[in-house]
Design a protein around this ligand. Sequence first.
Ligand code: BDR
Ligand code: CA
Length: 327
Amino acid sequence: MHKVIFDTDPGVDDAMALVFQTCHPEIELIGVTSVFGNATIETTTRNAVYLVERFAAPEVMVAQGAAGPLRGAAPPPIPHIHGHNGLGDIELAALPTQNRAARLDARPAHRFIIDTIRQHPNEINLIAVGPLTNLALALQEAPDIQHLVKQVIIMGGAFGINGVLGNVTPCAEANISADPDAADQVLTAAWKVTAAGLDVTQKAVMSTAYLDNLRQHGGEVGQFVWDVSRLYEQFHRDSADVHGIYVHDSSAVAYLVAPQLYEVRQGAVRVALDGLARGQTIQKPAAMGVPAPSWDGFKMQDVCVDVDVAGFLQLYFDTLTANAKAA
Ligand code: BDR
Ligand code: CA
């Protein structure tokens, strides 16, 4: 079993990544930590609680995280992508107050991350699919966790593979752009990070037909994925003429359970902190011989440079539909 802490800013594709985990038989979701990003921290935390209450085991708790980046202000919410409620404007049944309270851990997210990693040395997979502020705060307070975590997998960055650009600026992807300082700290720490950036996540498109098939065969979860993705799909059609959706955050989960679907490139990664390129993720490939002092000496991280798209789509489909059959 893969033990997971899921750090997230739900978010439509975050929600899809969360149900992917709750349906996967080899994933044990230990806890969920919220962060600002796709919406305010109040909204992303409310959504995380809603999602665990509806789909996760009763013992899975949510710890509320950062309301903004290490430096500067949080980016404004993006209702045209994720809806005003962060979950595609689907109807969210109000949770009874006692249920909500029972799902909320008293600790801030970074403290929950530290305590949980220390409780399970070398066992925790930290999957982070929002701005990396909670992870940076955890590292600052407890540098020992770098050596105690099993691995860190992030959805974040755009590494220019085959000319892939950012999605906030020509060079910056949203999760990194929202807190470049945190991202640079996370990517240069001694723990093992794998980054699934736009280079691979924009290849993994779920078409309308695929989502409809999921709706028909995926039971309640399949219907939920369909409902939650309607507005998100419209955004893809309007903005990029994509007839379907980019499934960004689920790529980080897929990497955990099926790393063979990804081709990775090793090398130190730095993030541009200021100026025109703020939020750009730049890897110095291990094979590159020239000295580059800003990269040299930092941990070699793995950047996903290619993905078996059919394999990824099959994995997601099989995971949700097998769960529906078992229910
Ligand atoms: C990332 O930004 C967010 O909007 C998505 O949830 C995803 O994590 C894609 O750039
Ligand atoms: Ca996200």
